[in-house]
Ligand binder design. Structure first.
Ligand SMILES: [Zn+2]
Length: 515
């Protein structure tokens, strides 16, 4: 590893003109430098910062990003011109074309769109009518991949939807329309209990419908996919907190509340696109570091923070790396994923289509929502302890203060790579807030929430990380075999969610075979 650090410290980037000289130069570098770089504070109280072998190019990257408004301009175009960019919309297609044109303009090579065929979803009218003990219509929206329905039944209020309660109350849930909030830590759960898990546990328990109540006041209903890579098995709708609270009070007073649910959404085959572009490596183009973020938002929203603040940071990193570090030893690949919001469908398709090239990926850095103001610009490694000291050293040499965390969740585009054994991580807060999404996944995730400084921080950090991964002579992370991935997910932190997913996968498989 020392060897790796030292060799990376060559002036790989100082003179983009003479490639051979740089590559030869790399071999002859003295090693002591890297070692002395990590020095303990001296007695006068000064802190010795590790020497930064990439200082010159770092200065160019940071200087350019922090004096250009390109990243915000791109955000405004993605959100204000193309709208939600939700799968199947005209704005999605326009966004894909725009991103492709931008990556070309920035000078990336092999820029192309990869088509993804999938089961898409189109929103229809949704109606929630209380039919007993009173008659009242409650405003609601369908959740993506909800099937059309015309259903009557009694509501069961499961509060915040703690996993254990679904098992405990399985008998009562059967045949009911289950109502639960969007709170992510029911009963003080340490694990983020995702909407998909609450819906999935409702399906497993035999509920006939699902009502998702926003736990934030004044944001209206929150959306989010409920399918399983396609149409969900029971209808799912969403209501605002105030309407959910009304129904809860009515249940308390009346004992039973019956409703009629009418939805008219449609699932049908659709096409989306991943947009890919490269800075090909000079030494070995086959070895790759990837930066990626999805560009689709939810149809009710501009999706400005989630995901666009991350998507434009990936694009900005592409712009400055192409400009100041176009000839790194290894390839930097930029990926803008389609249709993440309804099941990570774009990145899953990429991982399947490129299965035989995955062993060449050194690292995939996920940038979902990376430029959101409320997020920190930390690095979270998806359980890769061997990479932790490297990222910490890079942080110090870069003169930054981010945290390096270790954890993994299943709800963004790193996950298909993670499952395939690829070393992955995310540019996100190391301490995951257990608050929830706030205005995320509502119609209020708009451009005005995003600030330029956060976009710039995300873009500059991503570029500087990619620069380092793509320059490292040796890369210490060894990809995991399938067995090792499953073993990791069988550890106490991940076991409960994994077991649930396995049950749900099996349930869907049986249900879809029977269809
Ligand atoms: Zn996202």
């Amino acid at each position: 590893m020392e060897d790796w650090f030292d060799r990376a410290s060559v002036g790989v980037l100082q003179s983009p003109i003479n490639r051979r000289e740089r590559i030869e130069g790399r071999v002859g570098m003295p090693r002591e430098r890297a070692v002395t770089a990590l020095t303990i504070p001296n007695i006068t109280g000064d802190i010795m910062t590790p020497k930064n072998p990439f200082l010159s190019v770092d200065q160019k990257i940071v200087g350019d990003v922090f004096t250009s408004s390109e990243v915000m301009n791109n955000l405004i175009i993605l959100c204000d011109e193309f709208g939600s960019r939700f799968g199947g919309t005209e704005g999605e297609r326009q966004a894909a074309e725009f991103i492709e044109a931008k990556l070309e303009e920035y000078g990336l090579k092999n820029v192309h769109r990869e088509m993804v065929e999938y089961v898409g979803w189109t929103r229809g009218e949704a109606k929630l009518e209380i039919i007993s003990p009173i008659e009242k219509t409650i405003p609601c929206i369908s959740l993506p991949h909800s099937p059309p329905t015309n259903l009557e039944g009694a509501i069961i209020d499961m509060g915040d939807g703690a996993p254990a309660d679904f098992d405990r109350q399985a008998e009562e849930i059967k045949g009911k329309i289950l109502m639960t909030t969007s709170a992510v830590n029911p009963k003080g759960e340490q694990r983020w209990i995702h909407r998909g898990e609450k819906y999935g546990r409702s399906v497993l328990a035999g509920a006939r419908g699902f009502i998702f109540v926003n736990h934030y006041p004044a944001y209206g209903p929150a959306t989010g996919g409920v399918g399983h890579g396609g149409e969900g098995l029971i209808p799912g709708i969403s209501v605002g907190r105030e309407d959910g609270a009304f129904i809860q009070r009515l249940i308390k007073r009346a004992g039973e509340v019956r409703i009629r649910l009418t939805t008219t959404d449609r699932c049908q085959p659709m096409t989306s696109w991943n947009i890919i572009g490269d800075l090909p490596g000079e030494l070995n183009p086959g070895e790759v570091v990837m930066l990626g973020c999805h560009y689709d938002g939810h149809d009710i929203s501009q999706g400005a923070e989630d995901p666009a603040s991350g998507a434009v940071a990936v694009m900005e990193a592409a712009r400055v790396l192409a400009k100041y570090a176009p000839e790194l030893p290894y390839t930097v690949r930029f990926a803008l994923w389609g249709i993440e919001e309804i099941g990570l469908l774009g990145s899953k398709a990429y991982v399947e289509a490129h299965a035989d090239e995955l062993s060449e990926i050194r690292f995939y850095l996920n940038m979902d929502s990376a430029g959101a103001k409320g997020n920190k610009r930390d690095i979270v490694l998806n359980e890769w302890p061997e990479l932790e000291p490297i990222f910490e050293r890079w942080r110090d040499e870069m003169g930054l203060e981010f945290a390096v965390g270790q954890s993994v969740h299943a709800h963004s585009d790193h996950f298909p790579f993670f499952m395939a054994g690829v070393p992955t991580g995310g540019l996100q807060s190391a301490e995951r807030s257990m608050e929830g999404r706030g205005y995320g996944h509502t119609r209020y995730d708009t451009v005005d929430k995003v600030d330029l400084a956060s976009l710039r921080e995300a873009a500059a950090l991503a570029a500087r990380v990619a620069l380092r991964v793509a320059s490292a002579e040796n890369w210490p992370a060894v990809q995991r075999e399938g067995e090792e991935v499953l073993e990791l997910l069988d550890s106490p932190e991940y076991r409960e969610e994994r077991a649930f997913r396995n049950r749900l996968d099996a349930f869907y498989e049986r249900a879809r075979q029977g269809q």
